[in-house]
Design a protein around this ligand. Structure first.
Ligand code: NAD
Length: 370
């Protein structure tokens, strides 16, 4: 399967997906074989162990690529890792024509995209996402970034990869928890932009998908989600209005994510945090944009049947409010949210006051007592 993401003249990404995607990658690399400069592969220790051997066995021309390895986890999305990677690229002879191949989940594609977009004012890069979240969301759309302390994605660029290669069989080694994390972003994409996909998700046997994770059902789901995201990004690459709808669940979700970094040695996943954020922002949607209580309850039940409830105390709610003040989607003194009118129909830029946000956290807290 093949898609193209066009955000303007001379600014496009080709997206290849499916079981034969390495043939496409081979062809794509051959087309650029005039590139004599060394190629680099950025992986984390898991994708190096689980995905890199497969990639190298199918694409012999990459045998000589220089492998850059990072530890797994969100904490590598930092300025320290960025400096380390800039230095490694420089030290190992990268030129402006070198290709960086980001092989990993959203952490590696966000970090690698940022490093590539800034090193020598920008070198070419491609993404090979290896998590479901990476395949349906993080690798698509040209947002790169790192965190500033606990504040998510504070520094970054809009910079498209030259191509994206989605090989669903990589999901075979992904943990069930991380697979669910990716489902959270599929739920979000359906809720903000495609009621038909939402209806499909309601009927889907998730258990079945988990057990047959590399079959056609999941591949179709990935393809549909990517197609919807491309449609949105093409209309608003720099997130001036429409693209903001993809932030549904993210303002409060990022606050859950930051809180879990502060509290736990093993923080919850990005998708888990966004799922919990969608519960709260679903509640706000009921208060502000007419999202029906019945739809809100279906959403809440769907999330709590797949994601563990993360308990919050009064002082945690205060910390979350502090985090949201730093959230980049807050303009001046107002907190703006993307909220739902109905499944498949989202409205960006809805102002919510602190009391309303606290109320949504109170609603969330009541769910822990059920
Ligand atoms: N740029 C964007 O538009 C965008 C959109 C959504 C999310 N994100 C970012 O994506 C990040 C989350 O991405 P993620 O959920 O993919 O997390 P991740 O990259 O941390 O991957 C999750 C875990 O799975 C492991 N892993 C990856 N592929 C594997 C495989 N095939 N087999 C076994 N293990 C594997 C990783 O090593 C890691 O431990 C967050 O930082 C988030 O901010 C970015």
């Amino acid at each position: 399967m093949r898609l193209s993401l066009n955000t303007g003249p001379a600014n496009a990404t080709e997206i290849f997906s499916g079981p034969t995607v390495f043939q496409d990658l081979n062809d794509w690399l051959e087309k650029g074989c005039s590139r004599q400069d060394p190629a680099f592969i950025l992986a984390d220790s898991n994708t190096r162990a689980f995905c890199l051997p497969h990639l190298l066995s199918l694409i012999p021309s990459l045998q000589n690529a220089v492998v850059l390895e990072m530890p797994p986890g969100e904490s590598v999305k930092s300025i320290d890792s960025t400096i380390q990677l800039w230095a490694e690229l420089a030290g190992k002879g990268a030129s402006r024509r070198s290709l960086l191949i980001n092989l990993g989940g959203g952490v590696i594609t966000d970090l690698g995209g940022f490093v590539a977009s800034t090193f020598k004012r920008g070198i070419p890069f491609i993404h090979i996402p290896t998590t479901l979240l990476g395949m349906v969301d993080a690798a698509i759309g040209g947002k790169t970034g790192i965190n500033l302390g606990n504040i998510k994605n504070q520094v970054g660029t809009f910079y498209l990869p030259e191509a994206i290669f989605i090989y669903p069989a990589f999901l075979g080694t992904l943990s069930e928890y991380e697979l669910h994390s990716g489902f959270a972003e599929i739920i979000k994409i359906a809720l903000v932009a495609d009621s038909e996909l939402w209806q499909k998700l309601l009927l889907l046997s998730w258990q079945d998908l988990l057990h047959r994770r590399t079959d056609q059902g999941l591949e179709d789901l990935i393809y549909n989600s990517v197609k919807i995201k491309c449609r949105i990004v093409e209309q608003d690459f720099k997130e001036m209005n429409l693209r903001e709808i993809l932030n549904f669940g993210h303002t409060i979700g990022h606050a859950f994510e930051s809180l879990s970094f502060k509290k736990n040695s093993t923080p919850i996943s990005h998708g888990h945090a966004i799922a919990l954020g969608m519960i709260c922002e679903g509640y706000l949607s009921g208060r502000k944009t007419g999202f029906e209580a019945g739809d809100r309850d279906v959403l809440t039940r769907m999330i709590l049947s797949r994601f563990k409830y993360f308990p919050i105390q009064k002082k945690d709610a205060d910390l979350m409010m502090d985090t949201m003040v730093h959230d980049k989607k807050r303009r001046e003194s107002e907190s703006r949210f993307t909220l739902l009118k109905e499944p498949g129909n989202a409205i960006p830029g809805i102002v919510c006051n602190p009391d309303e946000i606290v109320e949504s956290l109170e609603y969330y807290k009541t769910l822990g007592k059920e």
